[in-house]
Design a protein around this ligand. Structure first.
Ligand code: AP5
Length: 215
C-alpha cells in the first residue's frame, strides 16, 4: 500500500502516519524529519535546509526529490510506504509519479487531512516534539506523562523552531500557494480521499482506515 498524507502544517500528518505504521507495518517517510535530522547533524544538506525551514519556506524541489529517490530504494519500502510531507509542490508530485512508474509502482491513496486554519495554529503552538525519536505530543490534546519528557525514550521535549507563531503564518501561505494544488492533481488521478482532521486522534485514524483501498 503506497500512501500519501496531505494536509496543512499541523493537520496531524505525522501523528496519523505513526498510527498507520503500527497498523500496516510499512514505513513512514517524512521529509520534514529527514531534513531536521540533517540540520541537527550539521550535514551539507542540513546547512542548506535549516535557514529555509526556520523561515517557513520550502526547501528546493531538486533537494527533496533527491532525498525521496534515495529513500524509496531502501528495502523496507518494498511492500509500501507512507509519505508524510512529500510531495508538497506539483513538480514534486510529477517527479514522484515518474519515479514510481520506473519502479512499476503507483500511489494507491492520497489522504487529504482537512483542518480549519485556526485549529491548526492551536495544534502547532501546543506541539512538543522529541528530537531523539520523533515522538510528537501536544500540551493539552496529547500531553506526555511527565511534563517536558518523551514517554517513549525519556529524552527532553522541544518546541520546533518553525512552530513560533510568526513562522506558522508563512508555512500556511506556502501550503495555500504551493501544496494545495495537489488536491486537484490527485483528485484528477482518482486516488484522493478527504478526511476530516478534527476530533480525537483515534477518530481521525478510524476515518483514515475507512478511506484506504480494500486490503
Ligand atoms: P514538516 O515537518 O513536513 O512540517 P508540516 O507539513 O508543516 O507538518 P507538521 O510536522 O508541522 O505537522 P503535522 O501535520 O505532521 O502534524 P502533527 O501530527 O505533528 O516540514 C517542515 C519544513 O520542512 C517545511 O516547512 C519545509 O521547510 C521543509 N520540508 C519538508 N518537506 C518538504 C518538501 N517536500 N518540500 C519542500 N520543503 C519541505 O500534529 C500537530 C500537533 O497537533 C501535535 O502537537 C499533535 O499532538 C496535535 N494533534 C494531532 N492530531 C490531533 C487531533 N486529532 N486533535 C488534537 N491535536 C492533535
Amino acid at each position: 500500500m503506497n500512501l500519501i498524507l496531505l494536509g496543512p502544517p499541523g493537520a496531524g500528518k505525522g501523528t496519523q502516519a505513526k498510527k498507520l505504521v503500527a497498523e500496516l507495518g510499512i514505513p513512514q517517510i517524512s521529509t520534514g524529519d529527514i531534513l531536521r535530522e540533517a540540520a541537527r547533524g550539521g550535514t551539507e544538506l542540513g546547512l542548506k535546509a535549516k535557514p529555509l525551514m526556520d523561515s517557513g519556506k520550502l526547501v528546493p524541489d531538486d533537494i527533496v526529490i533527491g532525498i525521496i529517490a534515495e529513500r524509496l530504494k531502501a528495502p523496507d519500502s518494498s511492500k509500501g510506504f507512507i509519505l508524510d510531507g512529500f510531495p508538497r509542490t506539483v513538480p514534486q508530485a510529477e517527479a514522484l509519479e515518474a519515479m514510481l512508474r520506473a519502479m512499476g509502482k503507483a500511489i494507491d491513496r492520497v489522504l487529504s487531512i482537512e483542518v480549519p486554519e485556526q485549529a491548526v495554529v492551536e495544534r502547532i503552538s501546543g506541539r512538543r516534539s522529541c528530537p531523539r525519536d520523533g515522538s510528537v505530543f501536544h500540551v493539552l490534546a496529547q500531553p506526555p506523562k511527565r511534563d517536558g519528557i518523551c514517554d517513549a525514550c525519556g529524552g527532553p521535549l522541544i518546541q520546533r523552531d518553525d512552530d513560533r507563531a510568526e513562522k506558522v503564518v508563512e508555512r500556511n501561505k506556502q501550503y495555500r500557494e504551493k501544496t494545495s494544488p495537489l488536491i486537484a492533481f490527485y483528485s484528477q488521478r482518482g486516488v484522493l480521499k478527504a478526511v476530516a482532521g478534527e476530533g480525537t486522534t483515534e477518530g481521525v485514524h478510524a476515518s483514515i482506515l475507512e478511506a484506504l483501498p480494500q486490503r
